[in-house]
Design a protein around this ligand. Structure first.
Ligand code: ADP
Ligand code: MG
Length: 353
């Protein structure tokens, strides 16, 4: 029963076309695991933040023949998908295999690199596919000593009018009712389901006259390991969460739609922020009466990941550009609070039935 803080990483991406065309300046710099952000209108105004990891993915890269982003020279400072996986992904997998629940959250404004880090694009595979590949490798290697079962949950929310219900049980905590659970045998099967899930997310957003960057995507891998010799079963969940864009919601769509959707998304990210704040206060010994988990579906489902039975990692993604100063600063502040949260993760094991 150990206390462990949420681990926080920041990552800054290359300029995009829009930023290059606007002649943007890079306002962030990194030295080992600290990051400095500078107010573009006031050169005296700098803020320094320290995190568990800071990834410089802004410059110093080339694209190799396969289209992979790699450091310009071996050992260069550019942080590629592999180095992020080595630091964050391997730990999450290791924890899950030991029987701990593990959670990875990606937070940041739209276009800052959440999906790039979590899922990746083309040959630049992100944390989730790399983690799945490694998981199934591990399963193959240990086939004689353990029986493993991995299950992916795919929501049918889009086909259910009004969406699926979130319920609460004493033992289980909050869960989504009648989610589809798909047993998986390979990393490519998981990849296929994820593609399907991403398509569903986009279609659902279009139907609601919205943008998919306004929805959260939760990927839940359920891992059950049966150690036959010891007669022990370990069960752990890996929660992989690509959050909605953190930017303040601007108007789009009809007034009514905008209000409905805007408030719901704002509410869940605001509630997540409130939960994080309360937990951060509690961690430094301030008296906290109430953690508002129940105020949004998102925080209900992430309850164990936040201050509960999970080892949790947050990756906060940033644009490097001066024009994104306000959003980037607010992302860094959010991430700084998350760093203070303390969880109490336990190995979920029981005698095999
Ligand atoms: P988000 O999911 O936060 O809305 P994306 O992950 O889709 O943003 O990233 C937006 C664009 O920036 C994509 O075209 C992606 O390829 C690019 N990008 C993001 N992070 C990186 C990175 N670390 N290295 C190279 N390109 C990146
Ligand atoms: Mg995205």
């Amino acid at each position: 029963h150990s206390k462990d803080c949420v681990k926080v990483a920041v990552r800054v991406r290359p300029f995009n076309k829009r930023e290059r065309d606007a002649g943007s300046r890079c306002i962030v710099s990194m030295v080992s695991n600290s990051i400095t952000i500078q107010d573009p209108r006031d050169s005296q105004n700098r803020r320094l933040f320290c995190f568990d990891y800071a990834y410089w993915s802004h410059s110093g890269f080339v694209r190799d023949r396969r289209g992979l982003f790699v450091p310009e020279e071996p050992g260069g400072r550019y942080a590629d998908q592999d180095s992020v996986f080595q630091d964050l992904g391997e730990g999450i997998l290791e924890n899950a295999l030991q029987g701990y629940n593990a959670t990875l959250l990606a937070y940041g404004q739209t276009g800052s690199g959440k999906s790039y880090s979590m899922v990746g694009y083309g040959p630049n595979k992100g944390l989730v596919p790399k983690l799945c590949e490694r998981l199934f490798e591990d399963i193959r290697e240990n086939q004689e000593t353990r029986q493993c079962q991995v299950v992916d949950l795919l929501s049918r929310a889009s086909r259910t009018p009004g969406g699926l219900r979130v319920r609460e049980e004493q033992q289980r905590g909050f869960y989504v009712e009648s989610l589809r659970t798909v047993p998986c045998e390979s990393a490519s099967q998981v990849a296929q389901l994820m593609e399907q899930g991403t398509r569903t997310r986009t279609t659902a957003a279009t139907h609601m006259n919205a943008n998919s960057s306004r929805s959260h995507m939760l990927i839940i891998l359920q891992l059950k390991q049966i150690f036959s010799k010891e007669s022990i079963t370990k069960q752990s969940n890996i929660n992989l969460v690509d959050l909605a864009g953190s930017e303040r919601q601007r108007s789009s769509g009809s007034e009514a739609d905008r209000l409905k959707e805007g408030t719901a998304i704002n509410l869940s990210l605001t509630t997540l922020g409130n939960v994080i704040s309360s937990l951060a206060d509690a961690a430094v010994g301030r008296k906290v009466v109430h953690i508002p988990y129940r105020d949004s579906v998102l925080t209900k489902l992430l309850q164990s990941a936040l201050g509960g039975n999970s080892r949790t990692v947050m990756i906060a993604t940033l644009s490097p550009a001066d024009i994104c100063y306000e959003e980037s600063l607010s992302t860094l502040r959010y991430a700084e609070r998350a760093k203070r949260i303390q969880n109490r993760a336990v190995v979920n094991e029981s005698p095999t039935e």
